[in-house]
Design a protein. Structure first.
Length: 320
């Protein structure tokens, strides 16, 4: 039996002496062995670089993705890959900023553009598109399942060692992408999932069907009714406390913020348009700290030798 962890995190938890300038201080705590080597400094854009490529989606069309690579010699480092799933607004600069958080910490990070270059015209269209991202896995509308198949295409690229040897996979998503990440945790061969303000489907109780460890972040002032509002997160919390879940999980709830609380000042106009709570740097730092502490815990449990020993001749690994 796994022990659930319910976290209520205060936005003011860290003392000013610990913050040392907010989020930037957390970047400075990157281990020395992950720092870029001088001879590669020409590629350094803050400890990471961006490449782009594409793979075939469920309909046979190309899905572009961006790859954020840490500027370290990680050829002999065993680190999970991270797949980042964007929110209802598509592959925006905010999502790219989130992806760099993982690359800075040594994770090879892949961000598929599930909208294939399209951008919603307004908040109403974004909400319509978001419905197709969260209503998946047999709980949603006909035709929505292709998005999960598209995510699986990205997973299979990593499983078959196109980028390098097979590696465990963490899937991280934001808002509707968070719901999709947890849907992936229900149906795809991944190692762990992290969702920021997103649940799979329109029923928060669907978390009980998740089959790999996951972490969920939400704000108490989130007003996305039926999705990640306070009532929906209460359902999730009760499911955890009743031990309805069969996997290890963490729920972090933040008192002073609402939806999209990780998006920084560049998101301010959309935040005002949607009537969201102001950006809180302290809460963002808390959330990132909780995320990377959790991923490090998941990493410590990975048996890489098992994965390497079960690699098939075609590159597929069956050690999931």
């Amino acid at each position: 039996m796994f022990t659930p962890r319910i976290m209520r995190i205060s936005a003011q938890k860290l003392a000013a002496s610990q913050r040392l300038g907010g989020v930037r201080a957390f970047y400075k705590r990157t281990p020395s062995h992950l720092q870029p080597k001088p001879e590669r400094a020409v590629l350094d854009i803050g400890h990471w670089k961006i490449d782009s490529d594409a793979f075939r989606g469920s309909d046979g069309q190309e899905i572009p993705f961006e790859k954020f690579s840490p500027l370290v010699d990680y050829e002999y480092m065993e680190k999970p890959a991270v797949i980042v799933l964007h929110d209802s607004y598509g592959l925006t600069d905010e999502v790219r900023d989130h992806a760099t958080q993982f690359a800075r910490r040594g994770y090879e990070t892949f961000v598929p553009d599930l909208y294939r270059g399209a951008t919603p015209a307004d908040a109403e269209q974004a909400a319509t598109w978001a419905a197709g991202m969260v209503n998946l896995g047999g709980v949603g509308r006909d035709g929505d399942e292709h998005l999960l198949e598209d995510v699986n295409g990205m997973v299979e690229i990593l499983r078959r060692g196109v980028e390098k040897w097979w590696t465990p996979i963490f899937v991280v998503g934001f808002s509707s992408g968070g719901g999709l990440a947890l849907s992936a945790a229900r149906h795809l061969p991944i190692t762990a999932a992290v969702s920021f303000y997103g649940v799979p489907g329109s029923d928060a109780a669907n978390v009980k069907d998740i089959e790999v460890p996951f972490q969920l972040h939400a704000g108490y002032k989130d007003e996305m009714e039926g999705f990640t509002d306070e009532a929906s997160m209460d359902i999730v919390e009760k499911a955890i406390l009743r031990n309805d879940l069969t996997v290890e999980c963490e729920l972090h709830r933040y008192p002073e913020v609402g939806h999209w609380f990780l998006n920084g000042e560049a998101f301010e106009s959309k935040r005002n348009e949607l009537g969201l709570t102001p950006y809180c740097e302290d809460t963002a730092l808390d959330a990132w700290t909780n995320t990377f502490k959790y991923l490090r815990t998941m990493e410590d449990r990975i048996d890489y030798e098992q994965f390497h020993d079960t690699r098939l001749s075609d590159g597929t690994n069956i050690g999931v």
